[in-house]
Design a binder for this molecule. Structure first.
Ligand SMILES: *[C@@H]1O[C@H](CO)[C@@H](O)[C@H](O)[C@H]1NC(C)=O
Ligand SMILES: *[C@@H]1O[C@H](CO)[C@@H](O)[C@H](O)[C@H]1NC(C)=O
Ligand SMILES: *[C@@H]1O[C@H](CO)[C@@H](O)[C@H](O)[C@H]1NC(C)=O
Ligand SMILES: *[C@@H]1O[C@H](CO)[C@@H](O)[C@H](O)[C@H]1NC(C)=O
Ligand SMILES: *[C@@H]1O[C@H](CO)[C@@H](O)[C@H](O)[C@H]1NC(C)=O
Ligand SMILES: *[C@@H]1O[C@H](CO)[C@@H](O)[C@H](O)[C@H]1NC(C)=O
Ligand SMILES: *[C@@H]1O[C@H](CO)[C@@H](O)[C@H](O)[C@H]1NC(C)=O
Length: 450
């Protein structure tokens, strides 16, 4: 097989930041998100990554381990990851819907890798081992096709891969097999961006799928959970977001961080509709009900509605009717039709944003309120430059009607930022808790751009 099967590709999904709204087996060319990265050139420099000199001596895969997240344009989240010996540092998207861990290769040029340069140099790592068997097959190594325009082609090899944590700690996996992307890539021409993806999704059975980062890390965990708190960037005085804000929240591996949430964690079992041998294939749950402005939404397919949970999706997707009902009645709202990789979305004058209401979701019998402010953004980096100043963009999108594969919902950044989210391997479930006072500070108040 020269490329991953559709099932795997779907798992690889992408929700890559600006390419929101991906999902299982959707023809990925139809995917896309509200943003094209060319839209708003970042004006700030990337904070240099702190080099952790003694990470080897402090590796720790057992106890709950905290890593700071990088908030990328207030749209997606990433984590600092080192490859090789000595370690080379990169910022990788946190991919909860993909089992694939990959990094751009140092051979990338702007032309070959969509503008990306400065990737991993395998020749400078004493522990890198190319997978010659895989890479020298007549049909070439497995590559990943995401859509006509979006693919990752490269070579496979193994090396030490470490997630950098607080206090000089790291969670490391030796001889971990990943892809060096030498051709293709995920986002056009963004200079300030993560250099790959850290796959924390479930493995995809039945197709090429080397042991995943999640399964390797979890081997050492006493507590088979990881959890995320996604922090919102402080409102920027000049309306421009930091391209990469290093205080983007916390990824906790091998447990939860009790400072970041309050009360109980309510667990919702994972959907097992695609399960093979009892193992789930996606971080995917059922939404029992949804209430917006007193109206009920949710079970449009009559099949229960499935929500895919994805930490790198800029938008959240909701059933088609709800999408239109949230925004279409707002004064002067406009529906921007889909074009290219960008799906349809609404814009409206920020002055009318008071007409947006909170959304109440029922998950596992418990109600969760997504505040109105989480359903739109005033920020330039997330907006198309086609929008005049003072306009806001709706952060909800639709999977279309009828929904594909009965996935009506995608819980992306706009939803997850309001919750503490726990990904539990055994038994497979996603847990939600209220953010603690310190974690929620600033979360719900978005300031409008002047
Ligand atoms: C890249 O990978 C895709 C998917 O496997 C494949 O169809 C395509 O031919 C590859 N492109 C090159 C130039 O190798
Ligand atoms: C190369 O990849 C194949 C297919 O996943 C695997 O069976 C083999 O163990 C790998 N070899 C090395 C040296 O990593
Ligand atoms: C990337 O740029 C090419 C050439 O401008 C364009 O055809 C393609 O649609 C773009 N893809 C994305 C994902 O923005
Ligand atoms: C990337 O940007 C350069 C310079 O602005 C431009 O020439 C090139 O066409 C862009 N490539 C893509 C794929 O958008
Ligand atoms: C329910 O889901 C199954 C499996 O995805 C599908 O075959 C069936 O057509 C769906 N039924 C409805 C009413 O959508
Ligand atoms: C969805 O609707 C179907 C048909 O009305 C019903 O049987 C099912 O229980 C509903 N599922 C949920 C999760 O509400
Ligand atoms: C939109 O406004 C009209 C007129 O006020 C009202 O009848 C309708 O119920 C509203 N729709 C929604 C989804 O709020």
């Amino acid at each position: 097989m020269s490329s991953m099967s559709v099932a795997t590709v779907s798992a690889l999904v992408l929700a890559l930041a600006t390419l929101a709204v991906p999902t299982q087996a959707v023809p990925l060319s139809a995917d896309g998100g509200p943003v094209h990265l060319e839209l708003s050139a970042p004006r700030r420099s990337v904070p240099s990554l702190q080099h952790v000199a003694d990470r080897r001596s402090k590796r720790d895969n057992t106890d709950p381990f905290n890593a700071n997240l990088v908030n990328w344009f207030d749209s997606a989240y990433a984590v600092n990851v080192a490859f090789g010996t000595p370690p080379q540092d990169f910022v990788l998207f946190l991919e909860t819907q993909s089992p694939l861990t990959w990094v751009y290769d140092s051979s990338c040029t702007p032309d070959t890798c969509k503008g990306q340069t400065g990737g991993f140099d395998t020749s400078k790592s004493s522990t890198y081992v190319a997978n010659d068997t895989l890479n020298s097959r007549p049909q070439g190594p497995p590559s990943v096709q995401l859509s006509d325009d979006l693919f990752l082609n490269g070579t496979w090899g193994s090396d030490t891969v470490s997630v950098d944590g607080a206090e000089g700690k790291s969670a490391s996996v030796d001889n971990f097999m990943f892809m060096n992307c030498k051709l293709g890539g995920i986002i056009n021409n963004s200079t300030q961006r993560p250099a790959g993806g850290l796959g924390l999704g479930w493995p995809s059975p039945g197709s090429f799928s080397p042991p995943t980062m999640l399964s390797k890390l979890a081997e050492g965990w006493k507590d088979k959970r990881f959890a995320i708190h996604l922090a919102q960037q402080p409102a920027p005085a000049d309306g421009l977001l930091e391209p990469q804000d290093s205080k983007g929240g916390t990824l906790t591996l091998g447990g939860v961080n009790s400072a970041l949430f309050t009360g109980e964690i309510d667990y919702v079992p994972l959907s097992t509709r695609f399960a093979e041998n009892g193992a789930p294939t996606f971080w995917e749950i059922t939404v029992d009900a949804a209430d917006y402005g007193g109206k009920q939404y949710g079970n449009d397919t009559g099949n229960g509605t499935i929500a895919s949970v994805d930490a790198v999706s800029t938008s959240s997707s909701v059933p088609d009717k709800l999408f239109h009902d949230v925004y279409s009645n707002i004064s002067d709202a406009r529906l921007v039709e889909a074009s290219g990789d960008t799906p349809q979305y609404y814009t409206f004058p920020c002055a009318s944003s008071g007409q947006v209401k909170p959304l109440t979701l029922t998950l596992g019998g418990k109600e969760i309120v997504i505040p109105a402010e989480a359903l739109y953004t005033p920020y330039e980096a997330v907006l198309s430059t086609k929008e005049p100043a003072g306009w806001c963009m709706g952060l909800l999108q639709t999977m279309g009607e009828p929904s594909f594969d009965n996935v009506d919902w995608l819980f992306g950044v706009p939803f997850l930022r309001n919750l503490y989210t726990v990904f539990q391997l055994e038994p497979p479930a996603i847990g939600f808790a209220k953010l603690s006072a310190s974690a929620s500070k600033g979360s719900h108040c978005r300031r409008r751009r002047a």
